[in-house]
Design a protein around this ligand. Structure first.
Ligand SMILES: NCCCNCCCCCC(=O)CS
Ligand SMILES: [Zn+2]
Length: 678
């Protein structure tokens, strides 16, 4: 399996710059690239990447997307003087030429294509290209919004041609709508284009009707263009994550792309003068972590916008360290999407209902009045104040953002633990795990007995568990000390091991422990004090135990043919888990598990975004192949295999809907529709 992360940067691309005064374009400066690269060096991230050199794209490659007229105009600018440059720039909306622009734009395309080749050839697993000028606004026959050639669109056409790909996902998390990319692929079902963007009911640039949620694609491309408009500024981490859980990820996993390309603009981050949003740099680690789970990890991240230099460079570093497999930093801020975000999410789900299996049973009866509702909303408050008090309102607040980011980033970027995964195998045989892991020495039996007979005597009745308990406590110890990120322990009786692990974790300082138990669970730990949130995935209804905010039983029997667990993980488990914000996750697989290996792998892969990727896995000792796939997921040795995608049955969709309705007031990340009566 491919491993490694490519980084493509060429300082030649800093030579494109504005030669006259233009208040619209003067934010697109060369320092965007150099300060991002410098920050990557400061965090020692450059040296951990595979350096791939950029190259100039050929004319044929540019003609994959652009007209020869457009190419000729671009080429002709190389020898122009300032007056001529200014004149030809005036033909476009928000673009400027410099004598070096053509060369830089060819390097931007060439760098992008080199990254596609490095990923598709298996030289690396994923990578990032730091390029300018950006690309997602440029169109077949026009430059637009700082973009001359559409780097990402050319890369997608190139990948289809050279590697015969039939399903490519483009995720555009830039704060502007990549209308150029939309126009290029709107009739093409082989390219799924997702964009969120500041829209404010068509007030915000480029102010296009076709940027709204009902632009779903044309002809054969219907359903393959997804627009999520933000109708207010101040959107934050929870709004972005909710958009992934309830819109992008279910589409993406059903689409099952062979390659993912990100139009990675950071003007959607806090402090940016264009976006006016509030999402902090670590949210980009989470977004990157999620898209890394697709296409067997084949991921190309291409820089688009981002104009606040400090916010931009921190967000670039968050992206690259996640591509390298580092622990995903804890998200900050209140975990609840705002009303406007939920409305947009609901609208785009409704607009796509007839094109996607996962939305087949979606209830869209609200539609007739909702769209008018949002217009009513707009009329109700003509100058919409932002839902979130936007901390950073204008440029002289930039100092505040600098200070905020200085403080904020300091306690986030902890050194990467030397070893990712610890494990012990009570049989002492190391054949068990297919990946290099760190073995924790056993605590000797007398020590365990003493320890256990004290605090856990009421749970531990028999000696047969002692070895397993020893290894669990040893692993927890290492996770606590941040010597390892996660660990695997096998156990003859998972309920006992889990109960001890949970009590031990809380005793030693973890304030919120998320426990996902798959299979039969005889002992149900005490969840009353809220320090444990238990999600029990089992086949049959749990009698007796009353459901509470901190004890949720999800009855699920995985479909025999393949993996139908995606809606449960994306639409329920992740939103609850992110609402809870655990600082440790325990995932146990006991006897009579009702999930297949692929469902279990999905859980382990996606839950690594929580608790700084701290996970303790407790696996029934007879489940050897579960142990193998869990080890791979935790070490990150290979991109995860989630099995054949099976759309959920109506019965299962309803099961999740009922749970969502029941818990969405407590766990607000579950919200994806505006209840009647706003
Ligand atoms: N009243 C007119 C304002 C025009 N603003 C244009 C801003 C273009 C931004 C392009 C960009 O950021 C690429 S990612
Ligand atoms: Zn942008």
């Amino acid at each position: 399996m491919a491993s490694g992360t490519a980084l493509i940067y060429d300082e030649e691309m800093t030579t494109h710059k504005l030669l006259w005064s233009d208040p619209v374009c003067d934010i697109e400066v060369p320092e965007r690239l150099s300060s991002s690269y410098d920050q990557l060096k400061r965090y020692h991230l450059v040296e951990r990447c595979v350096h791939v050199p950029a190259r100039e794209a050929s004319q044929e490659e540019i003609l994959l997307v652009h007209s020869s007229e457009h190419l000729e105009v671009a080429k002709s600018t190389q020898t122009m003087n300032e007056e001529e440059l200014k004149k030809v720039s005036g033909n476009y909306d928000a673009f400027f030429f410099h004598p070096n622009t053509y060369c830089c734009a060819r390097l931007a395309v060439g760098a992008t294509l080199e990254l596609v080749d490095a990923v598709m050839s298996g030289k690396v697993r994923n990578g990032m290209a730091l390029v300018r000028p950006p690309g997602h606004h440029s169109q077949r026959n026009a430059a637009n919004g700082f973009c001359l050639f559409n780097n990402v669109a050319i890369a997608a056409e190139y990948a289809k041609l050279k590697y015969g790909l039939q399903r490519i996902l483009i995720v555009d998390w830039d704060v502007h709508h990549g209308q150029g990319t939309q126009y290029i692929f709107e009739e093409d079902p082989s390219v799924l284009y997702f964009s969120w963007h500041r829209y404010e009911h068509q007030e915000f640039w480029p102010s296009l009707k076709e940027s709204d949620y009902d632009a779903v694609g044309l002809g054969k491309g219907k359903g393959f263009n997804i627009n999520l408009p933000w109708n207010k500024v101040g959107m934050g981490n929870s709004d972005y994550l909710a958009a992934f859980f309830h819109v992008l990820l279910p589409m993406a996993f059903e689409f099952d792309p062979e390659l993912v390309i990100v139009s990675s603009g950071y003007d959607s981050g806090i402090g940016d003068p264009e976006g006016q949003m509030n999402a902090t740099p670590e949210v980009f680690a989470h977004l990157t972590h999620f898209v890394m789970q697709l296409a067997n990890g084949k991921l190309c991240v291409i820089l688009e916008g981002g104009y606040h230099l400090k916010s931009l460079s921190e967000s670039v570093c968050m992206t690259v360290r996640t591509l390298l497999g580092d622990p995903v930093p804890q998200i900050t801020g209140e975990m609840a999407p705002c009303l406007s975000a939920v409305e947009s999410i609901q609208n785009v789900r409704a607009a796509h209902k007839s094109y996607w299996k996962w939305l087949m049973y979606e209830d869209t009866s609200f539609l007739q009045n909702l769209s008018t509702k949002s217009l009513l909303l707009k009329k109700a408050n003509p100058n919409p104040s932002t839902e979130h008090e936007s901390k950073i309102t204008n440029n002289d607040e930039t100092v505040k953002v600098e200070r905020f980011l200085e403080l904020h980033m300091k306690n986030i970027l902890f050194p990467v633990p030397p070893i990712k995964t610890a494990t012990t195998d009570s049989r002492g045989s190391v054949h068990l795990l297919p990946v290099p892991v760190h073995f924790v020495k056993e605590i000797d039996k007398t020590e365990i007995k003493a320890l256990v007979s004290g605090f856990y005597a009421d749970i531990v009745k028999e000696d047969k568990n002692l070895l397993s308990l020893g290894s669990i406590l040893a692993i927890l110890d290492k996770i606590l000390k941040k010597e390892v990120c996660n660990g695997i322990a096998e156990s003859p009786t998972c309920s006992v091991s889990v109960a001890v692990a949970l009590r031990h974790s809380v005793r030693f300082g973890f304030q919120r422990v998320l426990c996902i138990f798959v299979g039969d669970m005889e002992i149900i730990p005490n969840t009353e004090d809220g320090k444990i949130l238990m999600i029990h995935i089992c086949e049959k209804e749990q009698s007796g135990k009353t459901r509470s905010k901190h004890y949720i039983s999800l009855n699920w029997k995985e479909d025999a043919e393949g993996n139908d667990f995606f809606p449960a993980v994306l639409g329920f488990i992740l939103p609850v888990a992110y609402s809870y914000q655990p600082n440790l996750t325990v995932i146990a697989v006991g006897p009579n598990r009702s999930l297949g290996i692929s469902g279990i792998s999905l859980l382990f892969s996606l839950l690594q975004g929580l608790a700084e990727s701290r996970i303790l896995a407790v696996i029934k000792d007879t489940e050897i192949n579960v142990m193998q796939s869990v080890a791979k997921a935790l070490v990150g040795a290979s991109a995860p295999q989630f099995g054949v995608y099976v759309p959920p049955t109506q019965e299962k969709v309803n099961k999740i809907k009922i749970l969502r309705d029941q818990f969405q007031q407590e766990w607000k990340m579950l919200q994806c529709s505006v209840k009647d009566g706003i």
